[in-house]
Design a protein around this ligand. Sequence first.
Ligand code: RB5
Length: 149
Amino acid sequence: MKIGIGCDHGGYELKETIKEHLASKDIEVVDYGTYSKESVDYPVYGEKVANAVVAEEVDYGIVVCGTGLGISMAANKVKGIRAAVVSDCFSAEMSKAHNNANILALGERVVGKGLALKIVDTWLNTEFEGGRHANRVDKIIQIENKHYK
Ligand code: RB5
């Protein structure tokens, strides 16, 4: 599995922690920045990771900002992206099992490192259930197709 990861300055420390964690599990990670705590704009990094997911350069994306909100909003503007902001393990599981989220968004100022890593593991270890959930995800895609040319 190959994961694309990105953050702004507000998510830099947690991004680095997640990178180390994934590397320790022999999961390949592509880091789309930012690469320091210098102030940057989260949409840039949300879009970079989203583009990588849509282009299938990576299997999934993980994005981090202060809250997970701004960077997920930016990622969700890219056609084909379903980015879920998650702060608990149950939602992490459901976002994959039911919503087939292809990007996980986390807030460094919201969740501690321990919980964040559990969320990452839960999300990566959960499969999309398909079936009736596939019909619903298809309806999300239909909305996208209607609004994005
Ligand atoms: C940066 O201060 C902060 O606004 C950003 O990391 C994020 O929380 C935005 O949604």
